[in-house]
Write a protein that binds this ligand. Sequence first.
Ligand SMILES: Cc1ncc(COP(=O)(O)O)c(C=O)c1O
Length: 463
Amino acid sequence: MSAKTLSTLSVCPSESNDDLEQRILDLSAELYRRKKLATPAFEAGKSPIPYAGRVYDEQEVRAAVKASLDFWLTLGPEGEAFEKELARFLGVRSALLVNSGSSANLVAFSALTSSKLERPVRTGDEVITVAAGFPTTINPIIQNGCVPVFVDVNLQTANIDVSRLEDALSSKTRAVMIAHTLGNPFDLDSVTQFCRQNELYLVEDNCDALGSRYKGRLTGTFGDFGTSSFYPPHHITMGEGGAIYTNSPKLKTIAESFRDWGRDCWCASGKDNTCGKRFAWDWEQEAKAAGGCGDCGTLPKGYDHKYVYSQIGYNLKPTDIQAAIGRVQLRKLPSFIEARVRNWGRLRSLLADLEDDWQFQEPTPGSEPSWFGFLMTMRTADHARLCSLCKHLDAAKVSHRRLFGGNLLWQPAYRNIKHRVVGKLKNTEALGAGGLFLGVYPDLSEEMLQYVATAMRHAWRAA
Ligand SMILES: Cc1ncc(COP(=O)(O)O)c(C=O)c1O
């Protein structure tokens, strides 16, 4: 760029690149502050109250701009640092960053089907799950040709009814894949014991529960895999994003391969020859050890390891810019968890007078939920009245959500799936027809929470 062009941008030609970058970052932060100051103050009844949203400040803006200026773009140093920091927070051996919570679930389940495992999950195998929740908790089961087996939930906790687990078991059962509903840990003692006794894999969909604890230990760290979502309503955000975590080095390597095109090579972005024998692998030997090479031969000895594929994989990586934002958010996670717990508690007491008519979600015994939302279910499900109530809430500008897909088996996409239902899904149906949740995210003020509770009470009476 010429000195002339620089001067029209008010840049002194002698200013160093480092100083210029610092100034760009300072200006970005200043722009954030100005916009923030210009945000109108909350006015009850006039300002919308979202159920969730991005909670960020100039630090995330700086991190995003800095990563953009570094222009690594694809998953790189920020991603590597995020993975280490998340693993440290969780107390697990490794975490992998992906581009969404749905991708995290897909990678986690797909990894369990790998022929590199002694006992992989195979087509037609059964996986125990629930129908009250988010579709992409169960989609990977179907996408991998397996059969979801639906067990009812408990209405108090909105989690799997563990008393039905034994009934769900068959000779084909190979895994359990369920979420900690809206941050409430499922009964991990019962589920992990059931999995251990029956040699089943466990995937904990921890997308709505980052920071929740069961008997003091963080959820997502009990199973073979835990997964997170970093979509804006979640406990931390990077826009789009997710993570998979595990204590098993083998599962980590397989999951990484599924995330990264199915490749066998584990070099980080921008690196080559991490294995030290990039052009020396003997693929004929490998094929023999694996029990044969199929009809078409095998890769010749020394074929570039960078382009060897040992899984039918995907590319589900996010960018380094997302990771940079996530690193700042991760540092704030403890305060976000605290705020969510506090806000949930406030709604619990502000709405106490509705308890005769509504079942509030209750923490699973022994747990400390890091809540995603405040779930309440009509004691007598009446969907027409629920719809009317939702309209009143909307008119009062209080946003709310259903328990995602309600009963997923009611959804058009699942009409013809191969599945099994264990007994009746009575509580799942009650949640589908009579459940909704309100927000507890950290940006809700006391004034907003009070307004939400008042609006909820009015809406219930008017519905
Ligand atoms: C329990 C659960 N699992 C998975 C997901 C999917 O996450 P993402 O939106 O990042 O794909 C969500 C999304 O909110 C969720 O609530």
